[in-house]
Design a protein around this ligand. Structure first.
Ligand code: PEP
Ligand code: MG
Length: 606
């Protein structure tokens, strides 16, 4: 949402901080203008030439994208897949064939026909439930806009023609645009559209360029050449700042740079407490493209590969080979580091149109994750075979989601062993000693954790769901979001029980819920005895840095105290005292991150 704070002279716009950092410089508005498309009726003899005009425009965009792939800097070569997918989209039936047909049948100009075809695709995408996939409509829109720009000759100022360092302001930046960003010339960028998960945002984080997206009308509000401050931490863009603001942000910029340098410089150091306890810090990922960031941020592998993406991103179910190729690539890229592949966690808030699920009144408590897999053995078998085959190419572990009791593990393991036997018979390679773990995210699993631990090689605590199910708070319902309490003593006691059961049975206890990446919670989680933390890659350097500044002993003492607390409020108070005494510089507001002593969340300064 764009919030315009009225104060002419200096004024600010609020968007989404997509890549952290502060940029201060002259605004340079680039890229295509929003083109107004008008419908024109063609005479019969113009149809063929109009279709050719459209095909030529598509060919030109194709050639342009090809040339970009060839020129891609080494550092971001892994992102070439995005451009290749755009090339594929250019010839997608829904866009290409439909536009040609429309030109012929409706006797309309190419621009109009293409715009109408885009509308049809949008309608299809809107029916998709998965937010990541829904956002991929951005890719389709980008491709359409590129073709439109070709057709209307309105490419605008190109990013590779920048003469001096500037803050780039654009309606949107496509991956192709972002790939061309010259780090010497682009101090940061701000766009009208986009989200934290759009490709431009992901690329900006890989390149370390500060970015704010989703500002809605930044291209209209900011003038060419105007001085702007862009704060990628808070998502704020300030135009024409006054002297005090400028000074404040110059200071914040220096602090942030010093902080980042220090964090990045040390992100490859092991996460070891001052008294020598070594903790594994890993990343949660969904896509191959995230791996460069995972490795550069110092992850020691992937603790959670969510596998829903391939099931959500195509028509029909992915076959074994497609899954195998994808898992194999990820395993190879990460080797010798481990990758923990979680079997499909579909259902609940994540739906796939290809798997017909009955409409459920209460999907979070419905046919979800392992329950669905056990009811659909073919679906499960295909995925198990793909994971096993990938295990021959790297260090692969397997993780079953939403386990509520021992019977589910036994059934899942039986399926796994059957898949192993099949592969043996077919002489296909796999790792016979593959480690098998379960997500601990249902309260009953904690109550019987002791017997579950005897059946598996590791636990991974899914606190996102554990909190939802134990506090009876729907994790996607904003009306009860304030009741979602990671620091509830009940939640902390459950984590503690699961860890104890794991350790009593000599297996590892990991945590992969969002809680793991929250710097403020680190001392408690270390004190509760967790062996592995897995989180969004962006959070890794900071979490590791905190682990290196604390002792296991003091964290254990803190954990013992919070386990005795009777309310989240009490826990928070104990934690705040600890952070104050022991980590005050880490939560210094000067770094743009401070503990909020009321809400208990670290929030950026505004
Ligand atoms: C969790 O529940 O904490 C978890 C990591 O899994 P997801 O968020 O995918 O349900
Ligand atoms: Mg979960």
């Amino acid at each position: 949402m764009s919030l315009h704070e009225e104060k002419r002279g200096e004024f600010s716009l609020k968007g989404v901080g997509a890549s952290p950092g502060i940029a201060i410089g002259k605004a340079c508005i680039v890229g295509q203008k929003r083109v107004k498309i008008k419908r024109k009726t063609l005479s019969e003899n113009k149809i063929e030439s109009e279709q050719k005009r459209f095909k030529d425009a598509v060919e030109n965009v194709h050639a342009y994208l090809d040339s970009l792939i060839n020129k891609m800097p080494e550092q971001i070569k892994d992102h070439a897949g995005i451009l290749r997918s755009h090339i594929q989209l250019l010839k997608d039936k829904l866009l290409f064939d439909n536009t040609l047909n429309r030109i012929e049948k409706e006797k309309v100009n190419a621009e109009w026909a293409l715009k109408e075809s885009l509308q049809d695709v949008k309608v299809l995408f809107e029916q998709v439930d998965d937010s990541y996939l829904r956002e991929r409509i951005e890719d389709v829109e980008y491709v359409v806009n590129r073709i439109l720009a070709e057709l209307t000759h309105s490419q605008g100022l190109a990013l590779n023609t920048l003469k001096e360092p500037v803050v780039v302001i654009a309606h949107e930046l496509s991956p192709a645009d972002t790939i061309q960003l010259d780090q010497e010339k682009v101090l940061g960028f701000a766009t009208d559209v986009g989200s934290r998960t759009s490709h431009a945002a992901i690329l900006a984080r890989s390149l370390g360029i500060p970015a704010v997206v989703g500002l809605e009308d930044v291209t209209d509000e900011i003038a060419q050449g105007e001085l702007v401050i862009l704060d990628g931490i808070t998502g704020k863009v300030i135009a024409d700042p006054d002297k005090d603001t400028l000074e404040k942000y110059r200071e914040k910029q220096q602090c942030y740079l010093r902080y980042r340098l220090d964090v990045i410089h040390k992100s490859h150091l092991p996460a070891e407490t001052l008294d020598g306890l070594r903790i594994q810090v890993k990343a949660n990922i969904e896509l191959l493209e995230e791996i460069p960031l995972v490795l550069s941020n110092g992850a020691e592998g992937v603790g959670l590969l969510r596998t829903e993406y391939l099931y959500l991103s195509q028509k029909g179910l992915p076959d074994e080979d497609k899954l195998f190729q994808s898992y194999r690539q990820i395993a190879e890229k990460l080797a010798p580091h481990p990758v923990t592949i979680r079997t499909l966690d579909i259902g609940g808030d994540k739906f796939v149109s290809n798997i017909s699920l009955d409409e459920e009144l209460n999907p979070a408590l419905g046919l979800r994750a392992i329950r669905l897999l056990l009811r659909e053995p073919e679906l499960f078998r295909t995925q198990l075979r793909a994971i096993l085959r990938a295990s021959a190419y790297g260090n692969v572990r397997i993780l079953f989601p939403l386990i509520s009791g021992r019977h589910e593990i036994l059934k899942a393991k039986e399926m796994l062993h059957r898949a192993m036997q099949e592969l043996r018979n077919e002489r296909l390679a796999f790792d016979p000693a593959i480690k098998v773990g379960i997500m601990i995210e249902v309260p009953t699993a904690i109550m019987v954790a002791d017997s579950l631990a005897k059946e598996v090689d590791f636990f991974s605590l899914g606190t996102n769901d554990l909190i939802q199910y134990s506090l009876a708070i729907d994790r996607i319902n904003e009306h009860v979001a304030h009741l979602y309490e990671p620091l509830h003593p009940g939640v902390l006691r459950m984590i503690h029980m699961a860890v104890e059961a794991a350790h009593d049975n000599r297996i590892e206890a990991a945590i992969c819920g969002e809680m793991a990446g929250e710097p403020m919670y680190v001392p408690i989680l270390v004190g509760l005895g967790l062996d592995e933390f897995s989180m969004n890659a962006i959070d890794i350097p900071r979490v590791k840095r905190i682990i290196r500044q604390i002792t296991h002993e003091e964290c254990t003492e803190l954990a013992q105290n919070v386990l005795k607390a009777s309310s989240s409020h009490e826990v928070r108070e104990m934690l705040m005292n600890f952070l104050h005494d022991r980590l005050s510089s880490e939560f210094d507001p000067a770094f743009g991150l401070k503990p909020d002593f009321d809400g208990g969340k670290i929030c950026p300064i505004s």
